[in-house]
Write a protein that binds this ligand. Structure first.
Ligand code: ZN
Length: 241
């Protein structure tokens, strides 16, 4: 089975289109979406429509919840907050009901999905280092945990008591190991590369991969500025920060 995994679209339709067309060439059997369809970008409704049509297994992110009043806005910085208020004004009730319906986690035989961390899915903590990864590994009952939220693509590996960060974005899985895989962000990467990020998991071959694809950044930026959203949300896309 080949799984196509993506998250943190953040209302960036150009980036979403680029990732979905890259995944269409990957012979994917089933798609997994790890939260944050909306927030920051200028096309929340269009991105929701696209994801509904694709119909991946979908879990919720903090921006999705804040945009339908299910998560406290004071956790966000001023630019993110401005974008959430704008998003609330630009979503239909049907779109908000869709966001409200999304669950915090989803489990299959081999893996579990959560936006932030397993230690507290509803408060959206970040897994940014080995110590926060270790907390989720303690609670992990499947072999793999797919996450998003930090917008930093990463693979953490646990074997016995040893937990480490994997430098390569490509791993041949082993039975003795378990994994936390951050698929990176489709619509607002923050690892210094402006390219949209996504992951592919081939459960038969035991292969995990994080991949990148270029998209029309200029067009996404123009829409953010035209919408009256904070300029910095457009500017950061070029920097991948
Ligand atoms: Zn996000």
């Amino acid at each position: 089975m080949r799984w196509g995994i993506f998250c943190d679209v953040h209302a960036n339709y150009e980036a979403l289109e680029a990732v979905l067309s890259a995944l269409k060439k990957e012979d994917i059997d089933r798609y997994l979406f790890l939260g944050d369809i909306v927030g920051y970008g200028a096309e929340p409704a269009r991105c929701i429509a696209e994801i509904k049509e694709l119909n991946p297994v979908t879990i919720v992110g903090n921006h999705d919840r804040a945009s339908c009043d299910l998560f406290e806005m004071n956790y966000f910085n001023p630019h993110a907050k401005a974008a959430i208020l704008w998003t609330r004004e630009n979503l239909s009730n049907a779109d908000k009901d869709f966001l409200k319906s999304l669950k915090l986690t989803h489990k299959e035989d081999d893996f579990i999905l959560v936006h932030g961390s397993l230690q507290s899915p509803e408060t959206f903590e970040y897994i940014l280092d080995i110590s926060s990864a270790a907390e989720t590994f303690k609670l992990l009952k499947t072999r793999i945990c797919f996450i998003g939220h930090s917008h930093l693509p990463a693979i953490f590996i646990k074997e016995g008591e040893d937990c480490r960060y994997n430098v390569e974005n490509n791993v041949s899985t082993k039975d003795a190991q378990s994994y936390i895989v951050n698929a990176g962000s489709v619509g607002q990467p923050r690892d210094g590369s402006p390219k949209a990020s996504y992951a592919v998991y081939d459960s038969g071959a035991g292969q995990l991969q994080i991949k990148r694809v270029a998209y029309d950044i200029q067009s996404a930026q123009d829409k953010i500025i035209k919408a009256g959203l904070p300029r910095i949300l457009a500017e950061r896309l070029t920097l991948g920060r």
